[in-house]
Design a protein around this ligand. Structure first.
Ligand code: GLN
Length: 531
């Protein structure tokens, strides 16, 4: 029998429901095949066309589906690879219902939110469980209880319990226990009210996770237990942490598995030794200052996976990283030397459009000339090629046709199969693609492999008619697509670390298996500092 764990949120958004759900999943994943599902209330089919400032990073799966950034947490915490069917959005649900209705699947019936919309969602969840051969399905319902746009998912959750049996469905509700200014004590009322809203929808939580600055007092646990009809042992503190990887350990130390195992008839007993070793490191004194240069630097969530990948590599090298956010728009008019003062390594991550681009090119040129370790991700590769073309090959005005359609030297150009594509949603080159690595290159050493598969999200590429010129001038193209056409990796010799890729290796990095290029960047910084 498949077991379902449904995670809802209350009181306010931004409490870290995705990380909390992933942490519970992590604890179960040692003994069971845990398959996450995320349900979003918005009408976009996927977040691919949303501004990252509004919605955080767009995460890309192997199969090319663009999904919510919470999938990053799921894949990193559960060591799993997700498929696009594991992300429901109201956009997808309605799109499918409309197709079914036109096909005549509901012939004779008035198609309604309830029961048809709700049944469609329940069937979708069950279908994912079957197809992915899940033992435990972890369903995160987006938003906060009371949001109009998520009501169908809550009703579907209630239906699921009726259908699958109470002993197979476990409800977790994440709430907030604040200490209001001037009061100086924890308050349980927001939790009580949020749970009461959930109960109005026919759902009684089996566990309440209380986000709070510190452990929730016994007194408050007692109150929540009484007013929310829940055993005190199922009221768990989800305290603020400086490192999300501590959360599974914090939950485990409060015996969450006891409660879950008991109700669902499971026997999860994770061996957290390796995880603990990486998380509970001694105080690290060696701090590296790495700059991430982009246009959304005000909101770290826009580059969530880059930050994570950097931290994974740091943990494996016994150092900590201080990330310095550089808004490259300001570098355009300002002084690049000043901007990169005391910076030991630089990342230019993925990006689109013209804002801040000349600033990024300026930064890359400075790293190339001054031997500062540099890692370019997607746009970070394309802009490194532009710098190289302009300043080493002497192609003045070399550019990407994404920005300058009329450039005389289009060193970065649109992928041939994307030329006539008009729709913006889901039409980039998306998902995992293989690359063949050049023997003896730094990249193949780092991966210890000849063929690698990384995820992509781009519409432009290094123009193949410029490959020879770039190579003749000293740029090493160290990885190509299997057909030999698309430059997937580049690097420079006579530089401690100047590597860039058309892919997004940050999307596959995890605490236990850090991304090789990030390991390369971090070790290069350490070695450069040692000299
Ligand atoms: N804008 C570039 C392209 O579409 C790079 C995309 C990215 O960095 N993800 O090719």
């Amino acid at each position: 029998m498949v077991k379902y764990i449904i995670v809802t949120g209350g009181v306010l958004s931004g409490l870290g429901k995705g990380v909390a759900a992933a942490s519970i999943g992590h604890l179960l994943s040692y003994d069971y095949k845990v398959i996450p599902i995320k349900c979003d209330g918005y009408l976009n089919v996927d977040p691919g066309t949303m501004n990252p400032v509004e919605h955080g990073e767009v995460f890309v799966l192997d199969d090319g589906t663009e999904v919510d950034m919470d999938f990053g947490h799921y894949e990193r915490f559960l060591s799993t690879t997700c498929t696009g069917r594991q992300n429901l959005t109201m956009g997808k649900v309605f799109q499918e219902l409309r197709v079914l209705e036109r096909k005549g699947e509901f012939l004779g019936k008035t198609v309604q939110f309830v029961p048809h919309g709700v049944n469609h969602i329940v069937n979708w969840w069950e279908d994912v469980a079957t197809k992915r051969e899940a033992e435990v399905v972890l369903i995160e319902i987006g938003g906060t209880v009371g949001d109009m746009e998520n009501e169908l998912y809550l009703e579907a959750a209630r239906r699921l319990r009726a259908k699958q049996g109470n002993e197979n469905v476990f409800f977790i509700h994440l709430t907030y226990v604040p200490i209001p200014g001037g009061v100086n004590e924890q308050k349980s009322k927001p939790t009580q009210q949020s749970v009461s809203m959930l109960m109005q929808r026919g759902i009684i939580p089996d566990m309440i996770l209380c986000r709070s600055t510190d452990y929730v007092s016994e007194n408050i646990k007692e109150k929540i237990s009484i007013f929310c009809n829940i055993d005190k042992t199922a009221v768990i503190s989800a305290i603020d942490v400086d490192d999300v990887y501590k959360i599974p350990l914090i939950f485990e130390s409060q015996d969450v598995l006891n409660v879950i195992n008991k109700k669902l008839g499971l026997n999860a007993k994770p061996d957290l030794v390796e995880w603990k070793k990486l998380v509970e490191k001694k105080e690290l004194t060696n701090k590296l200052r790495v700059a991430i240069c982009g246009k959304y630097t005000a909101l770290e969530d826009s580059y969530a996976s880059v930050v994570e990948a950097l931290n994974h590599a740091a943990k494996h090298n016994d150092v900590s990283v201080e990330i310095v956010w550089i808004d490259t728009e300001s570098v355009e008019t300002g002084c690049v030397v000043e901007a990169l003062k005391n910076i030991q390594g630089v990342i230019v991550p993925g990006g689109f459009g013209s804002r801040g681009v000349e600033g990024k090119i300026k930064v890359i040129k400075y790293c190339r000339e001054n031997k500062i370790p540099y890692l370019g991700l997607c746009y970070g590769l394309q802009l490194a090629v532009i710098d190289f073309a302009r300043n080493v090959c002497g192609l003045e005005g070399a550019h990407t046709t994404e920005i300058d359609k009329e450039t005389k030297s289009p060193v970065i150009d649109i992928l041939p199969d994307k030329k006539d594509v008009k729709n913006l949603g889901g039409t980039l080159r998306l998902g995992a693609y293989d690359a063949i690595l050049l023997k003896g290159s730094m990249v193949s050493d780092l991966y210890s492999a000849g063929v690698v598969s990384e995820r992509h999200r781009h519409r432009y590429e290094v123009n193949p008619s410029y490959h020879d010129l770039l190579i003749d001038n000293g740029l090493k193209i160290s990885g190509y697509s299997p057909d030999g056409r698309l430059a997937e990796f580049i690097e420079l010799e006579d530089h401690p670390f100047f590597v860039a890729t058309q892919a997004h290796p940050e999307l596959k990095s995890s605490l236990l298996r850090p991304a090789p290029l990030f390991m390369g960047l971090v070790t290069a910084i350490i070695e450069t500092e040692r000299k």
